[in-house]
Design a protein around this ligand. Sequence first.
Ligand SMILES: Cc1cc2nc3c(=O)[nH]c(=O)nc-3n(C[C@H](O)[C@H](O)[C@H](O)COP(=O)(O)O)c2cc1C
Length: 450
Amino acid sequence: MIFKEFEYSSLDELEHEADSLGLDLHFSDNFELLAKKVNVEGFTVPNSLAFHPMEGTDGKTDGSPDELTIRRYDRFSKGGAGLIWFEAVAVVPEGRASPRQLWIHEKNLDEYRKLLEMVINNAQKEFGKDSMPLCIMQVTHSGRFSKPEGKPAPIIAVHNPYLDRIHNLDESYPVIEDGELERLEDKFVEAAVLAKKAGFHGVDVKCCHRYLNSELLSAYTRKGRYGETFEGRTRFLLNVVGKIKSKLGKGFIVTTRLNIYDGIPYPYGWGTDMEDYQKYDLEEPIKIVQKLYEMGVGIINLTMGTPYYNPHINRPFDKGGYIPPEHPLIGVARLNSGIGQVQKAVPGIAVVGTGYSWLRQFSPYLAAGTLEKGLATFIGYGRESFAYPDFARDILQDGGLKKEKCCIACGKCTEIMRAGGTAGCVVRDAKVYAPIYRQYCVEKNKNAQA
Ligand SMILES: Cc1cc2nc3c(=O)[nH]c(=O)nc-3n(C[C@H](O)[C@H](O)[C@H](O)COP(=O)(O)O)c2cc1C
C-alpha cells in the first residue's frame, strides 16, 4: 500500500481504513483505562499515560539543562501524565549526539536536582500530593551517531553496510574495543548513581534506535566477548543493568528503552526475520525482556527502527524530505502488534507502548483499545508531547484530545534537530519554535542555495 497522509474526519473512517488494510488495531472509548494507577516496583504511578523521551538538543555545552530544556519539563510536569521518561542524557562527552545533548556528571548534578525538584513540585501542586509522576532518566551513548562537536564522530560497535554508508565509513574504520566497552559499562553505572542523587526514581539504560548499546544487540559479526552469540550481544545491556541494580539496590528502578525490531537485514539487524527483513522475529527480543524481568526489571519501554535509516518504522509520519515507503497506519500497527506480542509474552513487566502520535485526536481510542487487549501497560506519546504537553490532562479530564492542539506529524521538530537547532513544535508552539525553524531550516537552506 502506498503512502497516504492523515485525512480522517471520524474514528469510523480511520477504523474502516485499518480494516481495508487488514490491520489488527483495536479501538475503544473506555478512556477510564487510561486513568488507571499502575504499581511499578512499589511506586504508584498516578495514571497509565506517559511522556516518551524527547530530546530538545537544547542543553548547555557543559551538559546541563538550559532555558528551553527547563521550559519543556515545566510544561510536561503540568501536563498530567503519570510517567515522565526524560530524554537521552549522555554518560560521556564523546557519546553526545550533539554539542547540546544533555550530559550528566558530578559538576552539573545540582542542575539536574533543581530540574527534578521543579517537575515534582509542579506536578504535586497541579494534581495533588498523591500524584507524583514516575521520573526516569534515559542514559545513553550515541555510538555511531555521536556528534559531540557538531560534526559526526562515529564510535561503532560493529561494521554494518546499511549504516556505515551514512557516514561513508569503510572497512578500515576502527571498532570500539572490548576494554573500552567495559569502561563504558561503569560510566553508565556512574550516571545512574548521579541520576539517583538528583532525585530520579529510576534510570533507563538506553538500548534503542541503533545507538551504541542497541547496535551491540545485532553485533553478529563482532568477535570477542560482546558479539556473535545472544549471550555476547546482550552482555553489555545485562551487565550494566545488573551492576546498577547491585550498586543501587531495591527502590531505584532500572529499566531500558529497547528496540524490538531494527528493520535492517540479518545479520545486521536485531529482531529481524532472517529471510525477510521487512518482518520482525521477536524470539530474541522476548528472550531478553524475560531475562530482564527475571533480574527484577518491572517496567520497559519498547520501540523499533532508527530515525537515521528507516524513520517510518521509528515514528509514522506525514511530511518531510523522505517519503515513507508505506501507509503510516501500517507503521502504527507494526509498533502496536509487535510491542503487544512482547507484553503478552512477559505479562508481569509493565510495557510502555509507542507509536500513537500520528493518530492525532483519535489516538486515545487506540490507546484504550491497546490497554483493553493487554498489549501494553502504559501508553507513551513522543511528538505529541512537544505539540500538546497537556494531552494527558485533556484525555483524563475533558474526555479526549482537541484536534487543533494535536501534532500533525510534519517532522519539523526532527528537521530543526538535524540542522543543529533546538527542537520543539513549530506548529503548535510556534511563538518559540517558528523563529528557530526559520533560522535553522529556512534561512540556512536559502544561504546554502545562494
Ligand atoms: C525530536 C525528537 C526527539 C527524540 N528524542 C528521543 C530521545 O531522547 N530518546 C528516545 O528514546 N527517543 C527519542 N525520540 C523518539 C520518540 O521518543 C518516539 O519513540 C517517536 O517519536 C515515536 O513516538 P510518537 O509517534 O509518539 O512520536 C525522539 C523523537 C523526536 C521526533
